[in-house]
Design a protein around this ligand. Structure first.
Ligand SMILES: [Fe+2]
Ligand SMILES: [Fe+2]
Length: 497
């Protein structure tokens, strides 16, 4: 975690004092605190000092936590300890403020812009950076960091016109047809860095010559477990659906109880992550009641509790909600309400959607994946059959669901919890009901299948599920073994590093 934090501050052009770092590491959510410190330090100060950390901790915790500060101060140089088995780092959801909704959306977009522009600022490729309002005063080439507001095509020549904005104003930009920037797809509400050429005639609009995305840094320290530990990734159980795959779930239990293939591997599994759509819910889509075996949402969670009690009790199980769960659908979603959480066994932790946590030092970002519903139609060639291709785009723009006003409802929170910061070691999603394993710039990508067979509704929408698959990740090197529990003899599908 120490190296990751130093790199995290480095990526935001901040140097962190040794004492400040020790104190940050001594808190329960070091990454969350670090992000807050970067936000409050502003662009002008390159340092994060012990005083800044202390004042932030005092602000957060009030007098009650002052003793934590005193304790941390009394600490000798931090001993190197193994990572804790499980640590929640950042939850996307933050409790809403009392602001009226319109103002809150302004705050949400301002938060997104700040968080993503910090990742772009300072790049040599974006030399001559200036605010949008001052762009037309520049000559030759310049650069801006801006949020894409609108993309349209000119009727005759099919050039692209982008309307982009930052906190100083908005402007149009031309992306000439057949140039490299015209081959990219620009999504509404994503944040990009643009290198532009400025025409001499002031009535002509700036021309985009190069584009930078926030991106996953090319080199960064990775988190790896020191001892052999494995994590199992599942998603979309849809408990309560008539199409729940009872037989394959039984095969999964046999596997986890070391009564099936690869018992030596099953024994090393210590964590299970379930990426949302835990239950099928009620009234999620038209005529859903026809597809339900359990028509009451409380009973669905009771059944979920029974199913999860069948897993070995030694497992640390992390569950997040999806769009079928009994949580407000606007993203980021909070964890399950207590009345439902109480129905689950003790070894299950309920976190919000999305959440970032560390499993034996490996940083995992888990997101259910509703954002696919807007990204897939917007990205040429994208499909539910290949969700990891869309996940690459999420990592490149460092945002899970940027498009506002589409099918993914966004919660008007003061902090944009869908910004992907820090870049994780593993990004896992569900929702697509397909299975995918891939890599992007050192990040392992998983789409964790489903335990629901095809429903009539999916047939209508032309979605072919790939159910009853599970990914087992070796946390010492992030290699993956895939298992197919649909066939009677569960088949491991070999390793993909
Ligand atoms: Fe689902
Ligand atoms: Fe879903």
């Amino acid at each position: 975690m120490r190296e990751q934090l130093v790199a995290y501050f480095g990526a935001h052009h901040k140097l962190v004092e040794a004492g400040a770092l020790r104190l940050i590491l001594d808190t329960s959510q070091p990454l969350d605190l670090s992000r807050r410190l970067i936000e409050t330090a502003g662009v002008d100060s390159p340092f994060v000092t012990l005083e800044m950390v202390e004042s932030e901790l005092r602000r957060r915790a009030g007098a009650a936590r002052a003793e934590v500060v005193a304790r941390a101060r009394a600490l000798a140089p931090a001993p190197t300890v193994a990572s804790p088995p499980y640590e929640l780092l950042v939850e996307g959801f933050t409790p809403p403020t009392a602001r009226e909704p319109l103002g809150a959306y302004t705050a949400l977009f301002a938060s997104r812009f700040r968080a993503l522009s910090r990742m772009l600022r300072g790049r040599p490729e974006l030399a001559g950076l200036r605010p949008v309002s001052e762009l037309r005063r520049a000559e030759g080439t310049a650069a801006v960091i801006a949020m894409v507001r609108e993309v349209r095509q000119t009727p005759e020549k099919h050039h692209l016109i982008l309307t982009v904005e930052d906190e100083t104003g908005a402007t149009e930009m031309l992306v000439p047809r057949d140039t490299a920037p015209a081959k990219l797809t620009y999504l509404p509400d994503e944040v990009v860095g643009l290198v532009v050429a400025l025409p001499r005639e002031h009535d002509r609009i700036p021309r985009v010559v190069a584009v930078q995305r926030p991106e996953v840094p090319a080199s960064r320290p990775v988190g790896r477990a020191r001892e052999r530990r494995r994590a199992l990734f599942l998603s979309d159980l849809h408990i309560g659906s008539r199409s729940f795959l009872d037989g394959p779930w039984g095969s999964l239990l046999d596997f986890l109880n070391e009564k099936s293939v690869r018992p030596e591997l099953a024994r090393e599994i210590t964590h299970v992550v379930i990426a949302g759509d835990l239950v099928d819910g009620i009234g999620i889509y038209p005529n859903q009641e026809r597809d339900l075996a359990i028509g009451d949402v409380f009973e669905q969670y009771e059944e979920l509790g029974r199913r999860l009690r069948e897993l070995p009790r030694r497992l640390n199980v992390i569950v997040l909600p999806g769009n079928h769960d009994a949580v407000c659908p606007a993203e980021p979603q909070p964890g399950l309400p207590e009345e439902f959480r109480a129905k689950l066994p003790e070894n299950v932790r309920s976190v919000g959607n999305p959440s970032t946590f560390a499993l034996d030092g490996v940083v995992v970002s888990a997101y259910h994946g509703r954002g696919f519903d807007d990204l897939i139609p917007a990205l040429p060639g994208a499909s539910y059959a290949r969700p990891t291709e869309v996940m690459k785009r999420m990592l490149s723009m460092r945002h899970l669901a940027p498009i506002y006003g589409g099918r993914t409802p966004l919660a008007p929170l003061a902090r944009d919890g869908l910004v992907l910061d820090p870049a994780p070691d593993i990004l896992v999603t569900g929702h697509a009901h397909t299975y995918g394993v891939d890599q992007y710039r050192g990040v392992l990508l998983l789409n964790a299948s489903t335990w629901q067979a095809e429903t009539e509704y999916q047939r209508m929408r032309n979605i072919t599920p790939v159910p009853a698959r599970a990914a087992v990740v070796d946390l010492t090197d992030c290699s993956v073994e895939s298992f197919d529990f649909l066939s009677r003899e569960p088949a491991g599908e070999g390793r993909a590093a």
